[in-house]
Write a protein that binds this ligand. Structure first.
Ligand SMILES: [Zn+2]
Length: 233
């Protein structure tokens, strides 16, 4: 790591990384903007010969080596250059830090809008399903989060648990007489396990479905059958 790194502005860091990745191309004009995104996302684009980088303001106070790592990731992606893995690792390590995650969580709560439809569907009531599964598999010990149906009958996002809004969202695809209720129950059970088993953040890793989680999931009778139904949705 160069010691000059610590005296550089973000623009200087991006210009230097550009020269590393494209040594024969003159550095284009650079505009770096920190934006109030709901998530720690960043975007880069080339427009009229100018590089425009938009970085989450959550990263505004990040240490210079992290800004450098992100510059390698974004410029590498834009110009399809292979970038040493150390940069992706360094960046992920920072995002995984407890203080960063806490800050990101707070920002998401405040900025992220969340549409939660309420538990009542046309056919099924998510609250009833939650309460029944809670009694059967969790001794009734799970606190009930917000429950809602997705806007669209999504096949790719069957369900998800959003910890920032303490909400379980289930795809509308299950609120349909053609979809066996077993599949809906299984997806709800899966999301309830996310309530029970928080994401494991160790090192640069982020493990959502831990081994413990997977073992627990198999306690749902008919999970094999349910998985078959989901495959055919
Ligand atoms: Zn999951």
């Amino acid at each position: 790591m160069q010691s000059s790194l610590f005296f550089e502005t973000p623009e200087e860091i991006y210009a230097r990384v550009f020269r590393v990745l494209k040594p024969r191309t003159p550095v284009p004009g650079l505009r770096i903007e920190f934006c109030r995104f709901a998530n720690p996302d960043s975007f880069i684009r080339l427009e009229n010969g100018q590089l425009h980088v938009r970085i989450s303001d959550l990263l505004q106070g990040a240490p210079a080596p992290v800004t450098e790592a992100l510059a390698f990731i974004l410029l590498g992606k834009l110009y399809r250059k292979t970038v040493p893995r150390i940069y992706a690792h360094r960046y992920r390590l920072y995002l995984n830090r407890r203080d960063f995650r806490r800050q990101a969580h707070l920002v998401r709560q405040v900025r992220g809008r969340k549409f939660v439809s309420g538990p009542e569907g046309k056919l099924h009531n998510l609250e009833e399903i939650f309460d029944r599964l809670n009694r059967t598999y969790f001794d009734g010990l799970l606190g009930r989060p917000q429950l809602g149906w997705s806007r669209q009958a999504s096949r790719s996002m069957l369900g998800h648990f959003d910890p920032s809004h303490n909400a379980i969202i289930i795809s509308r695809i299950f609120d349909n007489p053609d979809t066996p209720p077993l599949a809906l129950e299984y997806v709800m059970f899966h999301e309830m396990l996310h309530l029970r088993y928080p994401v494991d953040h160790s090192g640069a890793r982020r493990r959502v479905h831990t081994r413990e989680f997977r073992e627990e999931e198999k306690k749902f009778p008919g999970w094999k059958e349910a998985k078959e139904i989901l495959k055919k949705l």
